[in-house]
Design a protein around this ligand. Structure first.
Ligand SMILES: C[S@@+](CC[C@H](N)C(=O)[O-])C[C@H]1O[C@@H](n2cnc3c(N)ncnc32)[C@H](O)[C@@H]1O
Length: 405
């Protein structure tokens, strides 16, 4: 069945009544999705089989969407638009910044991930009429103050004081490297025109993108949750500081910023390891702000090309995973096998940065058989391949140490 036909059915009152009934049964535990899948003729005897299939598809999408959006069980999705939808925690973070603007344009609104948590008047714009039907449905469900406009976001000039823009990422058929930046829609070159019109914008990009020069004039905010870097938002106009890079970890609320031009100077402190190794979380690595944090905390890099930091004192910080160094070795499998045996390690975690080893292969070669767990870090110290045996350093260990002082 074509996607437009599916959408027309999903928004119909018949599908809504059925979905609502099934959803209630699933949420109260009286029916599992598997049971429905296997016995759909019994549950929906009067619904033709192709429609049963797409009802099941929507139920599965809602279940998946719950990981991104709390109220997903009331909303409608397509597979692609769910994949590209902004997560609730990120959407709420961006909504706070926009709270004081009366009207926001959500350009390339998709099914509405960026609009759901805005309390402003919203103009949702999408080029795809089918997707806009889902946006309209979802926004009504959430009682939002909105209008939905079906047009090319680069050709309409909505009168709003600020705009969000989330270009579609297309996966090219021949690519195995994921979303391609050169196939953004609208294209990066068209985004420049949008900034001229709206002035205050939040533009969502893939965090791994090579940021084009014209966007480096604005604030680049790398947004992460725990050790995941979720998106890069470029804030323009009054929404950001010119030529600034920020990293934010949303669960702890921690953030760090620096001027783009100052960042290269923060990578000059390289030395042999102290007693601890610190692994910056991904948002700090992507933003290249780990040198800035190292300087603030009195830490240093152990290699000019690698994002591991070191220090002599334990540090607990939301941007760092901390490890106490138990031993430091050269990359020699025979020697490492001895180390694993001496420390009675059976459950072995292998981390690597800057050394081309396959953790699975190495684990097999070291064949750990002990009763303890351990972590090996394969990396470089001043360009020399080095392996560390480390122990994670957690808040409890820190409190125990403080009580001894
Ligand atoms: C990444 S999705 C948006 C996701 C949305 N922000 C969310 O969180 O749910 C991109 C959307 O852009 C739309 N789109 C692509 N090119 C467009 C254009 N030139 N004008 C308007 N919409 C466009 C696509 O139809 C798609 O729905």
């Amino acid at each position: 069945m074509k996607i437009d036909e599916k959408i027309n059915y999903w928004v119909s009152s018949e599908a809504q009544t059925i979905l609502c009934g099934l959803q209630q049964k699933i949420e109260t535990g009286s029916l599992s999705q598997e049971e429905f899948s296997f016995q759909r003729n019994q549950f929906l005897p009067h619904v033709p089989s192709p429609l049963q299939t797409i009802l099941l598809e929507q139920l599965a999408l809602r279940l998946k969407a719950k990981k991104k959006i709390f109220q997903a069980s009331q909303l409608l999705f397509t597979k692609l638009n769910l994949e590209q939808a902004t997560r609730e925690i990120v959407s709420r973070h961006k909504a706070k910044k926009l709270a004081h603007f009366p009207v926001i344009a959500d350009l390339c609104c998709g099914i509405g991930g960026d609009s759901f948590f805005l309390d402003n008047r919203i103009v949702g714009v999408d080029i795809n009429p089918g997707i806009l039907k889902l946006y309209d449905f979802n926004m009504r469900k959430l009682n939002k103050d909105f209008i939905a406009v079906c047009t090319d976001a680069t050709r309409c000039n909505i009168r709003s004081q600020a705009a969000l823009l989330d270009p579609a990422r297309r996966q090219t058929a021949h690519s195995n490297t994921g979303w391609q930046d050169d196939s953004l829609s609208p294209a990066l070159s068209q985004i420049e025109g949008c900034i001229k019109h709206y002035k205050n914008m939040g533009i969502k990009l893939r965090p791994g993108i090579t940021v084009p020069e014209f966007l480096c004039d604005y604030e680049l905010e790398y947004i992460g949750v725990k050790d995941e870097c979720i998106e890069l938002t470029v804030w323009t106009g009054d929404l950001g500081c010119s030529q600034r890079v920020t990293a934010v970890e949303l669960e702890s609320g921690s953030s760090i910023s620096a001027s783009i031009s100052d960042i290269p100077d923060t990578f000059s402190h390289i030395n042999y390891p102290g007693s601890y190794i610190f692994e910056p979380v991904k948002v700090l690595v992507r933003s290249h702000l780990f040198g800035v944090l190292a300087n603030q905390l009195g830490l240093w890099q152990i290699d000019s090309q690698i994002a591991y930091l070191s220090g002599n004192e334990p540090v607990l910080h939301p941007f760092l995973k901390s490890y106490k160094i138990i031993g430091q070795y050269s990359l020699n499998l025979k020697g490492l096998k001895r180390v694993i045996k001496e420390h009675d390690i059976g459950i072995l975690e292998i981390k690597k940065r800057g050394v081309a080893v396959s953790p699975e292969k190495v684990r097999k070669q070291l064949s750990p058989k002990g009763s303890q767990s351990g972590i090996l870090i394969f990396t470089r110290v001043k360009n020399k391949k080095t392996v560390f045996l480390v122990q994670p350093f957690k808040r409890r260990a820190c409190q125990e140490m403080e009580s001894l002082i």
